[in-house]
Design a protein around this ligand. Structure first.
Ligand code: ATP
Length: 235
């Protein structure tokens, strides 16, 4: 089986500061992968390097056999990688529905995700469709951000720290939608500091520390102590 997304030797810098050191990662079609790690491990930078926002200084990103390294961010989105950014970044002057429709600008041809399908996934978004996006609760805003990304009909959905600032019951509600997203054929990478959540949702987990992948495996294969060492370093 050839990989949907193949990341090889990926290195990224902010000026002179090196944030990623030769990261290798493979996402198979239909798979959900979680990247875990402490603050500053490089998880967001990895997502930003994949989506063309962070500066890639070495290595490659290949989507369905095509090299997309260093393509402009809008082109990468059109080719099928959509990101739910940390902090959601909704457009404050637009309604919920308008925020969702913005995501559709990047879609190429037809696909599974329509406004109706997104509203069926998160019914509150239909109920609140005329509200300004920012008048919603944090969890509802996160649903808009996920819905907006899905509206581009991505082959790969990248989610950066969905749990951040949300109470456990809301986190659970949001992740309850993931089996349906997966069933639609969208492959997923979630970045999480919440290890328990990552282990529940993912087929494969990668742990990062200081810009490197320090541990990879299926959730059932990874012991708590191995995760602890890969996450915090062995003291
Ligand atoms: P967090 O959970 O805090 O988002 P993270 O694992 O996503 O952490 P990154 O945000 O990717 O980590 O940061 C990796 C490293 O790059 C950190 O040392 C951080 O300080 C640095 N960094 C991130 N963004 C920038 C930037 N815009 N300019 C300079 N350094 C940055």
């Amino acid at each position: 089986m050839s990989a949907l997304l193949q990341i090889a030797g990926l290195t990224a810098h902010y000026g002179d500061f090196q944030a990623l050191f030769g990261v290798d990662l493979t996402l198979q079609d239909g798979e959900t992968l979680a990247v875990i790690g402490a603050n500053g491990a490089g998880k967001t930078t990895l997502m930003r390097a994949i989506t063309g926002i962070a500066k890639v200084t070495a290595g490659t990103v290949t989507l369905a056999g095509e090299d997309i390294t260093r393509l402009p961010a809008p082109e990468i989105l059109t080719r099928g990688i959509a990101m739910v950014p940390e902090g959601r970044r909704l457009f404050p002057s637009l309604t919920v529905e308008e925020n969702l429709l913005i995501g559709a600008h990047a879609r190429k041809g037809n696909g599974h995700w329509t406004l109706e399908k997104v509203q069926a996934l998160f019914p509150i978004l239909k109920e609140r469709r005329h509200n300004p996006g920012t008048a919603l609760s944090g969890g509802q805003q996160q649903m808009v951000a996920i819905g907006r990304a899905l509206m581009s009909n991505p082959r790969v959905l990248l989610c950066d720290e969905l749990s951040l600032g949300l109470v456990p019951v809301v986190i659970k509600e949001i992740y309850a939608a993931f089996p349906r997203i997966k069933a639609s054929g969208t492959s997923i990478i979630v970045v999480e500091q919440d290890i328990g959540q990552a282990l529940r949702v993912a087929d494969h987990v990668h742990c990062m520390m200081e810009g490197r992948i320090t541990l990879s495996g299926r959730p059932a294969e990874l012991s708590r102590s191995a995760i602890h060492d890969a996450y915090f370093g062995v003291s």
